[in-house]
Design a protein around this ligand. Structure first.
Ligand SMILES: Nc1ncnc2c1ncn2[C@@H]1O[C@H](COP(=O)(O)OP(=O)(O)OP(=O)(O)O)[C@@H](O)[C@H]1O
Ligand SMILES: [Mg+2]
Length: 245
């Protein structure tokens, strides 16, 4: 009977439920439950397993380079990081409102770490996230112009719920890069969220763009609807080892 049930659960694509049923069939704690409770345990197991699988798929697609947990964020006073703000951001309501987040701080202050944790949190809320370094993004866009995949690439980054642009401002942008950047920001503005990360103070971001008018158009959109985090303190590099690669 038990083997027949397991087969049928698998036929119905309820393989998580099937494996729980198989594993716990001789565990007295589970077997002593009444029918409703047993069914509830099995259903919860299936739902949780599917949810976790979905988060893992979203996180893989997001392409994070590190996968930290928000609980491991360091709130030492010298970091200038508000626990309250991170708690607000971790609710992900700001993503449903299409708000942005601008993060600045010197090298090694933990910008990528913090934002990756927020990005992973967004995956847990079923949001589609993409993480990319700006130099890589601009390179990919330029390549896509010559192989005909420009629209596809731009649509990929326009359509995710949360776009994380790391290492912004390492070099001044060309006119073409600035226009492409503007197009991404304009199309996402107020509908979908962006996190922009840079070593430069936010007030210096204007200078990265090719032309002051374009800089104004981009910065106005980023700034008018955004949270700001300016990380301070010493570099955390070399003191802790949490990187995936
Ligand atoms: N809260 C933290 N807990 C543990 N490790 C951390 C924490 N924050 C940062 N780190 C570690 O410190 C190092 C530097 O962090 P990170 O790469 O996020 O810095 P960054 O500000 O993005 O630097 P850069 O501007 O050079 O990219 C990494 O190895 C990271 O894993
Ligand atoms: Mg970084």
């Amino acid at each position: 009977m038990n083997q027949e049930n397991i087969k049928k659960l698998k036929q119905l694509n309820l393989s998580n439920m099937a494996s729980y049923y198989q594993d716990y069939n001789d565990v007295s704690e589970f077997m002593s439950l009444d029918f409703d409770s047993k069914l509830a345990v099995l259903l919860d197991y299936e739902i949780n397993a599917r949810h976790n699988k979905k988060i893992a798929v979203l996180a893989k697609k997001a392409n994070f380079k590190i996968k930290p947990d928000l609980t491991s964020i360091d709130y030492s006073p010298q970091r200038n990081l508000s626990r309250e703000m991170i708690s607000n951001l971790s609710s992900c309501v700001w993503i449903s409102q299409g708000k942005n987040l601008a993060v600045s701080g010197a090298t090694g202050t933990g910008k990528t770490y913090l934002v990756s944790a927020l990005g992973y949190r967004a995956c847990m809320f079923n949001y589609k996230v993409a993480y990319i370094r700006v130099p890589r993004l601009m390179l990919d866009i330029n390549i896509s112009k010559s192989d005909g995949s420009y629209n596809k690439l731009m649509n990929k980054y326009k359509n995710v719920d949360l776009l994380i642009l790391d290492d912004f401002g390492l070099a001044k942008m060309t006119a073409a890069d600035t226009r492409d950047f503007l197009e991404l920001i304009v199309d996402r503005n107020t509908i979908k969220s962006c996190i922009i990360i840079s070593q430069l103070p936010i007030s210096n971001w204007y200078d990265i763009f090719f032309h002051p008018t374009l800089a104004e158009a981009i910065m106005d959109r980023i700034q008018s609807n955004s949270y700001k985090i300016e990380l301070k303190g010493p570099s955390k590099r070399g003191t802790l080892q949490n990187d995936i690669e």
